[in-house]
Design a binder for this molecule. Sequence first.
Ligand SMILES: *Cc1c(COP(=O)(O)O)cnc(C)c1O
Length: 385
Amino acid sequence: MKKIQMVDLKGQYEHIKDRVNSSVIEVIESTAFINGPEVHSFQKELEEYLGVKHVIPCANGTDALQIAMMGLGLKPGDEVITADFTFAATVEVIALLGLTPVLVDVDPVNFNIDIEAIKRAITPKTRAIVPVHLFGLVANMDAIMEIAAEHHLYVIEDNAQAIGATYTSKNGTKQKAGAIGHVASTSFFPSKNLGCYGDGGAIFTNDDDLAHIIRGIVNHGMYIRYHHDVVGVNSRLDSIQAAVLRAKLPHLDTYNAARRKAAKKYSEAFAGVENIISPSCFCSTEDFGCASCDCHVFHQYTLRILNTDRDALVKHLNENEIPCGVYYPIPLHLQKAYLDERYKEENFKVTNQLVKEVVSLPMHTELDDEQIDFITSTVINFVTK
Ligand SMILES: *Cc1c(COP(=O)(O)O)cnc(C)c1O
């Protein structure tokens, strides 16, 4: 059996090596390292793929979130609601801009922001909601857009983990994750579903005015060279990363299908096993949770492990040379940087529980059946012993 990896970037690279190498060398030969033609072409190709009017490339996914919030003109004191169970980047940029993060609990079935919790958290100061499409599964955007419309709030999708996922609304409309809210951010960090070979990110919006504002913000607040109309930042995707992304974008659907296939095989093996809850969503009619449904692109395949010492399972997997991860081990509302006396523990029941139960198994485009069989039998033997 091939050695199991959490993410197999090398294996994926082998299939696209010729195109990547020649494109990267072309950029070097051209010396158009910053804002070269590769960046512009990638932007156009991604707009087309997502069905979104504007893609603004930037330096990373954290910048993308921050720039989206700057573009919306959010001001110190404005409250921004987001999920307690996510990567810290989301809450970090809210705090950095002097906005007030309002963390809320998540749903135990799909791990995404809890709709009722959003409603309870709205105050006259609330300006925006940031749903995170966690682990590759699109949040309940119908409900979130409805709440936002009712309360005149912006919706910023943190799409760092769900690029390529398709969301089907109640009325049957299909949209790509990141094309639904007022603005969205994504990350091209190497291990993301569409990863480059360094740092990268982008902001998406269908709003022409907002796109114009954001294009200035990423470039030191300049709309005319050396005229600084607003306080901006320096946040660019470099041409070498754009060349890598252009080589990978045509394969994104195939990559996500490979992830879904692996997820389906995992979920089939875990079906009916006591003490294991496989990932799921609300919109699927398929047999194995959301493993066959296009609103999930499995950035992570994350189980809940019940009545078992999760940390002992992690140790056991590692002893068997099965890498795994605990995303995330600590709720954001309990992180020192984000403590807030207004938070009450009884409002974070789900996150407090999930951090003790979750384990993410190897997930990438190169997993084979033999590896998945070994992983699932090792997990099952441990939790049922
Ligand atoms: C990765 C990630 C980010 C940050 O992206 P970077 O490119 O690493 O800055 C933000 N939000 C979520 C949910 C992420 O997973």
